[in-house]
Design a protein around this ligand. Structure first.
Ligand SMILES: [Zn+2]
Length: 174
């Protein structure tokens, strides 16, 4: 059974009440993350625990688990990238107050009068967790591409940008 997260919460109230949230978000709902994805199918498993620490700071401890489908920048094929984000966010009502947070917290700035969608904070954390240059951790290009033998592969920017062209050229020779 999939539990949907609520679309609107009041994180300060949740902290005062020591609430916990558990559920899943479809990756298709995360529109800012989408451009980085090869495929947007899949879900993020989410746990959020809201509480107030001994110094009176409201916080959210989050655990977000998913596997993102990215594009390998070497072979342009799909790269499955498992992600587990553990985060500890201190809730503040204004940017001015960020400096008062103790060091263990990352700030989560929330205007108290507004409800927030918990998916937004999940999306922010996943975007931060993206690798700078996604690449398979093995030689994902076939050897023929590197060892072109007698036939030289011209080093034009066009061909570098499109290994598919090289691959289809190799295939059509057979
Ligand atoms: Zn690759």
């Amino acid at each position: 059974m999939r539990q949907q997260l609520p679309k609107e919460i009041d994180p300060f109230r949740f902290s005062h009440n020591g609430r916990e949230l558990e559920g899943e978000i479809e990756l298709t709902e995360l529109s800012r993350l989408k451009p980085s994805l090869f495929s947007d199918s899949g879900t993020v498993k989410i746990k959020m625990r809201f509480d107030i620490d001994q110094t009176g700071t409201p916080y959210m401890q989050g655990n977000f688990v998913t596997t993102l489908s990215l594009t390998c920048e070497r072979c342009m094929e799909e790269l499955l990238y498992p992600v587990e984000v553990n985060t500890l966010l201190g809730l503040v009502k204004h940017e001015r107050l960020v400096s008062r947070l103790s060091e263990q917290y990352e700030p989560w700035i929330i205007d108290e009068t507004e409800f927030v969608n918990p998916a937004d904070v999940v999306e922010d954390e996943l975007i931060l967790a993206l690798p700078l240059v996604p690449k398979h951790d093995f030689d994902c290009l076939p050897k023929e591409v590197w060892q072109s033998g007698d036939e030289e592969i011209e080093e034009t920017p066009e061909k570098q940008a499109s290994p598919f062209a090289v691959l289809s050229a190799l295939k059509s020779k057979k």
